[in-house]
Design a protein around this ligand. Structure first.
Ligand code: UDX
Ligand code: UDX
Length: 454
């Protein structure tokens, strides 16, 4: 069997590498129009940082896993085509700022139709608005042809930073297919591929629309938990409650559960905001304005949380940060990834820059992406070594929960900083009492400040 995946990004690359590893009898070819990316997949320097990914790729590359820019040949050969191209939020026209931009998806469908010489199963891997499969089927079957294209929806639930474990041992795999003979046949073929390493009870099947909507809903629910606890963090700061204690207390209720209750500077990443905005747009287009408003609020709280953090930094540093040196510790949207898409660090850095702060950005994996995100801001310094970066700083803002930031020698750093030395823990994961005892002014999210000042 031959599989082709169009789109060698954060989703396509790791997912196909795992299928190749687990199914030695299947040839997997990942194609992309971006030659630099394809070359990087074939090198020792993969285009994305993901723990464990390099070993998984090395196990199969050149045997049954191939990366190529020859999209047409891979389509021709394939029995199954996964489409994993990006579907960013539309920046123009109808639905701008909310709807998904499906132009890449449609281009893929047209290409598939044009070059195919045999029947194919087309698998939607990208997150798409509900009923996209229908539109794509129309494109695929739009002119005289004896070929049959069966569209399945198979959303990816992996999270960055844990992609390999998520792929190897997922909570569930979801596959949506049509309730027709050919739909059910295609669905069974895909189920059997995953069954090579995932137990059948974890492979859920549904109709195509439920599968498409489940992906948007899963991300909306996860993001909603983060916004809910972040909303409560503002109330904690006003009342002297401690958000970590509140999260722990509610999380031990098995109906609520403990995951995704970490208060923070807000969620980032390529999916949460995009998918919620997409859900909002979908609701509005069906006239469900109350439902749309409900979900929109999740995004608004996320933005409010970032603004609150910035305001707190400025206010606590005596209402002016002009000329003050601020070390940004962590720029990635979460730990264990170099990805900075929608990272709260982008907005925070831009606002601090507008206040004329002197910024120095440090991150173990994301400084190159940070440079691209902030390319129009002049005089920002990038320094991988946090100790060097902290020399002469007035404040440290911890924006990503990298494990190594927990274990830094904060005493040594304190000695090199200007006084009073401020630390703003945007991830609530440092030992605040320890920092306070060293001499820092400590601010976190949803907890009282620890201050030596009057
Ligand atoms: C994925 C999903 O596709 C997206 O819908 C989901 O919401 C997030 O995860 P991701 O893998 O993170 O996206 O995107 P990206 O890393 O940008 O990769 C997409 C790749 O598709 C890029 O390398 C791009 O060059 C490629 N592409 C895009 C094509 O090969 N052909 C195209 O026509 C368009
Ligand atoms: C998410 C979904 O988890 C995944 O299933 C889907 O396939 C893609 O979108 P990802 O964006 O990679 O994955 O990371 P995730 O771990 O969900 O974190 C998203 C954001 O929320 C990060 O910025 C993270 O720091 C933040 N977050 C998460 C919190 O602020 N608090 C939490 O308790 C959890």
């Amino acid at each position: 069997m031959n599989i082709c995946c169009i789109g060698a990004g954060y989703v396509g690359g790791p997912t196909m590498a795992m299928i190749a590893k687990k199914c030695s009898n299947i040839n997997v070819t990942v194609v992309d129009i971006n030659e630099e990316r394809i070359n990087a997949w074939q090198s020792d320097n993969l285009p994305i940082y993901e723990p464990g990914l390099y070993d998984v790729v090395q196990e199969s590359i050149g045997k049954n896993l191939f990366f190529s820019t020859d999209v047409d040949s891979a389509i021709k050969k394939a029995d199954i085509i996964f489409v994993s191209v990006n579907t960013p939020t539309k920046t123009f026209g109808e639905g701008a700022g909310r709807a998904s931009d499906l132009q890449y998806w449609e281009l893929c469908a047209r290409r598939i139709k044009e070059v195919s010489e045999s029947d194919k199963i087309i698998v939607e891997k990208s997150t798409l608005p509900v009923r996209t499969a229908e539109a794509m089927e129309r494109v695929l079957h739009s002119n005289e042809s004896n070929l049959h294209f069966e569209v399945l929806s198979n959303p990816e639930f992996l999270a960055e930073g844990t992609a390999i474990t998520d792929l190897e041992n997922p909570d569930r795999v979801l596959i949506g297919g049509h309730d027709t003979e050919s739909g059910q046949k295609a669905l069974k073929i895909l189920v059997d591929i995953y069954a090579n390493w995932i137990s059948k009870d974890k492979i859920l099947t549904s109709n195509v629309w439920s599968s498409e909507l489940s992906k948007l809903t899963a991300n909306a629910f996860l993001a909603q938990r983060v916004s809910s606890i972040n909303a409560i963090s503002a109330l904690c700061e006003a009342t002297e409650a401690d958000v970590t204690e509140v999260a722990h207390a509610i999380g031990t209720d098995s109906r609520i559960g403990s995951k995704f209750l970490k208060a923070s500077i807000g969620f980032g990443g390529s999916c949460f905001k995009k998918d919620i905005l997409n859900l909002v747009y979908l609701c509005e287009s069906y006239g469900l304005h109350e439902v749309a408003n409900y979900w929109q609020q999740v995004v608004e709280i996320n933005e409010y949380q970032q603004i609150r953090f910035i305001r707190q930094m400025i206010q606590s540093m005596f209402n002016t940060i002009a000329g003050k040196k601020i070390l940004i510790l962590g720029f990635a949207f979460k730990a264990d990834t170099g990805d900075t898409r929608e990272s709260p660090a982008i907005k925070i850095c831009r606002e601090l820059y507008n206040e004329k702060a002197d910024l120095i950005v440090s991150d173990p994996k994301a400084t190159l992406n940070a440079m691209k995100d902030l390319t129009d801001l002049k005089n920002i310094t990038y320094e991988d070594d946090p100790y060097k970066a902290a020399v002469g700083a007035d404040a440290i803002a911890v924006l990503t929960d990298w494990k190594e930031y927990k274990d830094l020698d904060y005493k040594k750093i304190f000695k090199e900083m200007r006084k009073p030395a401020f630390i703003f823990d945007g991830r609530n994961f440092l030992d605040h009492n320890h920092l306070f005892n060293i001499g820092y002014e400590v601010y976190s999210i949803g907890k009282g400040r620890l201050s030596h000042l009057q």
